[in-house]
Ligand binder design. Structure first.
Ligand code: AP5
Ligand code: MG
Ligand code: ZN
Length: 219
């Protein structure tokens, strides 16, 4: 299957993608994680992406599209993909459609996770991420067992630079309109499924799985 997780910053795309991709045997691809890895390695792609990310802006389409198309052409992406944070603009969606058409594996479903914006600020400013394995925590809703250490690998937890309140609001502004346009775009292809992203994480996983099972049965 080829699935997209769509939604504003903080709706739980990364949290859910980790669980679902391993449950379904899909490759989890997060363009945000790819940019952060590249920035940490100080590659030229990473350094130029970081300039946009630190201001809460989108990285230009050309750079993002090339990076993503290259990634999905690799061997491990042929088993099926779960995209997290891509596409984020209409040109990105069109480039993806074109690439998937060429390999005869179109998008099966777009899972649009919705959470009221008032909750997103609290989610993002309380987020801590494992610097080793990428596991996602929250100081209130999903705290690690040991303070500032990952439950899974004992790695040190850190806060993302773009999770400061000011940058969070810039990120929401940069994404809001495009998200609405993508919703319309995928509705037109009858691929869009809206999912309530509020409540317990496990409950949301179940909601997503039931939609995916329905889509899979209709294939
Ligand atoms: P990216 O890393 O994708 O960030 P984002 O879209 O802003 O989304 P987040 O990762 O912040 O949120 P999430 O939905 O994954 O939520 P999470 O599961 O962590 O992108 C970063 C930047 O890279 C962009 O700003 C842009 O500059 C650039 N970029 C990336 N892709 C791009 C593209 N395609 N085009 C252009 N630029 C691009 O959850 C958040 C918190 O909430 C966590 O603490 C979690 O524990 C908690 N939480 C999760 N679920 C629940 C729940 N049910 N109840 C309570 N708390 C919960
Ligand atoms: Mg994420
Ligand atoms: Zn870890």
């Amino acid at each position: 299957m080829q699935l997209i997780l769509l939604g504003l910053p903080g709706v739980g795309k990364g949290t859910q993608a980790k669980v679902l991709a391993s449950h379904l045997g899909l490759l989890h691809i997060s363009t945000g994680d790819m940019f952060r890895d590249a920035a940490e390695k100080k590659t030229s792609l990473g350094l130029s992406a970081q300039e946009f990310m630190s201001k809460g802006q989108l990285v230009p389409d050309e750079v993002t599209i090339n990076m993503l198309l290259e990634r999905i052409s690799e061997n491990d992406a042929q088993k099926g993909i779960m995209l997290d944070g891509f596409p984020r603009t209409i040109p990105q969606a069109k480039a993806l459609d074109e690439a998937l058409k060429n390999r005869n594996s179109p998008i099966d479903a777009v899972l649009y996770i919705k959470v009221p914006e008032v909750e997103l600020l609290a989610r993002l400013t309380g987020r801590w991420t494992c610097s080793e394995c990428g596991e996602i925590y929250h100081t209130q809703t999903n705290p690690p067992k040991k303070e500032e250490l990952c439950d899974l690998c004992d790695g040190v937890l850190s806060q993302r630079a773009d999770d400061q309140p000011d940058t969070v609001s810039d990120r929401l502004n940069a994404n809001r309109e495009w998200t609405e346009q993508l919703v319309t775009y995928y509705e037109d292809f009858s691929k869009l499924h809206s999912i309530d992203g509020t409540g317990e994480m496990e409950e949301i996983t179940e909601r997503l799985i039931s939609v995916i099972e329905m889509v899979s049965a209709e294939r």
